[in-house]
Design a protein around this ligand. Structure first.
Ligand SMILES: [Zn+2]
Length: 263
């Protein structure tokens, strides 16, 4: 019953799964062992899509996308070339796995920080094929409606008016795949803003990707301890200072007022 939203979680596997923090031995930095003991699904140096050794979900196939060769890196400070290639690689892998037809749907997301649900410190993303669940049934167009921060033809960056989980959610909606690099830039701005300005305290965020009828979308979500209204009642809180947040992001990252139009 209700098996379109409930997934069985294998507690015995979760128990043996490593939890790494900065400075620990990192299984994702140790590429030699990955080649020897792991299963590499796709590779485009320095990116790797590998089988997750710890398949904690039943009726699913979990993969890990390793984003960099070392731990001391984060999406907020990747150079443009690395950032753009990463998103191209990730979106292509995601799409190819969807097109294999083996899964009911395929989720693609990133956890960062202790409040995001992640357990390994090394920068990585996850691609998970879900055998029976179609996540798109729980995704609605209004989730991507927002106050526009910036846009180019075919790609829009906004602050969600109707967040899925409350508080600050940035939307990046892509309808023209030739604009994927701009999508990557917008994602980086949102992540940088959360880590350096808005969520300094918890240093946590998620990026979730969604397949839409006419493109794809990403949400960059600030993570902090969960809201009791959401946990207990599925009531979503929306901050009343959204315009202020937009003004801050625009002036920090998109301002053209300096040195221009000063005549
Ligand atoms: Zn590492």
């Amino acid at each position: 019953m209700f098996d379109d939203i409930y997934m069985s979680f294998r507690t015995s596997i979760a128990r043996i799964k490593p939890v790494s923090r900065a400075g620990d031995y990192c299984p994702f930095c140790d590429r030699k062992s990955i080649y020897e003991e792991g299963k590499v699904i796709r590779e485009e140096h320095p990116f790797m899509l590998v089988e997750n050794k710890f398949q904690t979900l039943e009726h699913a196939y979990q993969m890990v996308l390793i984003e960099s060769e070392t731990c001391d890196n984060d999406l907020s400070n990747y150079n443009k070339e690395h950032l753009h290639r990463l998103l191209q690689f990730g979106v292509r892998c995601w799409q190819e796995i969807e097109e294999s037809g083996e899964y009911s749907s395929v989720v693609f997301f990133k956890n960062h920080g202790v409040h995001s649900g992640g357990s390994v410190f090394h920068p990585h993303m996850q691609i998970v094929g879900l055998n029976t669940i179609d996540y798109t049934k729980h995704v609605y167009p209004h989730h991507f409606v927002g106050l526009v921060i910036d846009e180019k033809e075919g790609v829009q960056f906004s602050l969600s008016r109707y967040p899925r989980s409350g508080f600050t959610e940035f939307n990046i909606v892509l309808r023209d795949f030739s604009m994927l690099s701009y999508m990557a830039d917008y994602i980086q701005v949102a992540v940088h803003f959360l880590l350096n300005h808005m969520n300094k305290k918890y240093q946590s965020y998620n990026i979730f990707f969604y397949r839409l009828e006419d493109g794809i979308a990403a949400k960059v979500i600030l993570r902090a301890p969960g809201s009791p209204y959401l946990m207990g009642y599925s009531i979503v809180q929306v901050p009343d200072n959204q315009q202020e947040i937009i003004d801050r992001v625009q002036s920090l990252y998109f301002s053209t007022s300096f040195g221009e139009n000063t005549t």
